[in-house]
Ligand binder design. Sequence first.
Ligand SMILES: NC(=O)c1ccc[n+]([C@@H]2O[C@H](COP(=O)([O-])OP(=O)(O)OC[C@H]3O[C@@H](n4cnc5c(N)ncnc54)[C@H](OP(=O)(O)O)[C@@H]3O)[C@@H](O)[C@H]2O)c1
Length: 257
Amino acid sequence: MTTALITGATAGIGAAFARRLAADGHDVVLVARDVKRLREQATELHDRHGVEAEVLAADLSEEKGIAAVEARLSDPKQPVDMLVNNAGFGNKGRFLEVSMADELKMLTVHCEAVLRLTSAAATSMKGRRRGAVVNVASVAAFLPRGTYGASKAWVVQFTQGAARDLAGSGVRLMALCPGFVRTEFHERAGMGTDNIPGWMWLDADKLVAAALTDLERGRTLSIPDPRYKALMGVVKLAPRGLLGGVSSKAGRKYGPQ
Ligand SMILES: NC(=O)c1ccc[n+]([C@@H]2O[C@H](COP(=O)([O-])OP(=O)(O)OC[C@H]3O[C@@H](n4cnc5c(N)ncnc54)[C@H](OP(=O)(O)O)[C@@H]3O)[C@@H](O)[C@H]2O)c1
C-alpha cells in the first residue's frame, strides 16, 4: 500500500486527485483548512474505497501550517509516496486593487509552501529511491497575468528544474497546467465566468486522469487536453502585447469589491 498526500484536497482539482488516488488503492492524507469538510471527505473515501484516509488541517499561508505538513512528509515511520501540491486560490481584483497582504499570501501558498513541501517530500523519497511530486500550476503560467500567473510560472520553472536535478534518483516531479476547470476557484475569487466560452471548461476528474497518465510517461510538464495544448502552441508564437490584452480579460471579470 502506498500513501498520497494532497493539499487543497477538499474541493475541485484536489478532491478529484483524492478520489482517483483512493480509488486506485492509495491511502490518502488530506490537507486543507476546513476540518469538518476534511473529516467528511476522509470518511467517504475510507467507506467507499477501503483505504486509510488521514486528516491534516493546515493553513498553508501560515508558518505553523506549512511546518505541520513538512513534518508529516518527513516522518520516516509513515512514508509518503506521492505529494500533490494543489492548494491555491485567486485574488479578487487586478494589480493595485488587491491588498499587499493578499498578494503575499498568494506567494506563500503558491511558492513558499510548494518549495518547502516539495523539498521535504523529495528528501525522504530520494532516501527510498522512489516517489512522485505533482505541483499544480496553471496555463496562466504562460501568460502575463499578475501575481497569479507569475506565481504559477515559478511553479513550472521550479518543478522542471528540480525534476532535472533529481533525474535518475527515483523521484519524479511534474508541473500540471490546467486550463479553466469547473471548481469553487472562480466563485471563491469573486470572478464572473460568463465571458469564458463553454468549450474552454475542463472536467476535474478527466484532468486528473490525463495528468496521472503524463506522470506515468515521465513528463515533467502536463497540459491536459488537446484544446489547451493547441492554445499553448499559439501562445508561444503570439506577440506578448496581444497575449496581455486577451489574458487580462478572460476569467477576470470581478464583482464589486
Ligand atoms: N479551477 C481552475 O480553473 C484552475 C485552473 C488552473 C489552475 N488551477 C489551480 O488548481 C489548484 C486547485 O484549484 P481549484 O480550482 O480546485 O480550487 P478550489 O475548488 O477553490 O479548491 C481549493 C482547495 O485549496 C484549499 N485551500 C485554499 N487555500 C488554502 C490554504 N491557505 N491552506 C490550505 N488549503 C487551502 C481549499 O480548502 P480550504 O478552503 O478548506 O482550505 C480547497 O480544498 C490551485 O492551485 C489553482 O490555482 C485551477
